[in-house]
Write a new protein. Structure first.
Length: 146
């Protein structure tokens, strides 16, 4: 059998060797549904002088190793970052479009490395009296680099 010093042996063995096994992963969703708060949002002059009630619903799919959950907050992706992020956007400077708010929330949703997909729905609640809300839905996925 050739030894490691022979030219090309290592390269050939690496080609013949099966790839390392990928860790078995599982996915689950974090959900923040129907969060209602007052936001500085709107394009019209009358919207720029007051806050508006907005409903925010977020779903984030996270991918983690497939093993039993441990009853420890530090061992999971907590939905707390979603709540804190939405609360921070309530305090942010005026945003004109719901699409911009939704895009910022989508970036928030995908910020943990475990997040692989997100759905964001934002609705103004007081614009059309005949409707429960009007708004936008954005979805997005993390670029797969794994």
């Amino acid at each position: 059998m050739p030894d490691d010093s022979q030219s090309g042996y290592i390269t050939i063995m690496n080609v013949l060797r099966p790839p390392p096994a990928r860790a078995v992963m599982r996915r689950y969703d974090l959900v923040l549904r129907d969060y209602v708060g007052d936001f500085h949002i709107g394009v019209w002059d009358h919207e720029k002088t007051r806050t508006q009630r907005v409903r925010v619903s977020l779903t984030v799919t996270v991918e983690v190793p497939n093993r039993p959950f441990v009853d420890d907050l530090d061992a999971v992706v907590s939905y707390e970052y979603l709540i804190q992020g939405v609360e921070a956007f309530q305090q942010s400077p005026h945003i004109q479009l719901l699409e911009v708010l939704a895009e910022k929330l989508l970036a928030l949703c995908l910020s943990p490395p475990e997040a692989v997909f997100a759905r964001v729905q934002v609705e103004k609640l007081e614009i059309v009296p005949q409707a429960a809300g009007v708004g936008v839905v954005l979805t997005g996925a993390r670029e797969q680099s794994r």
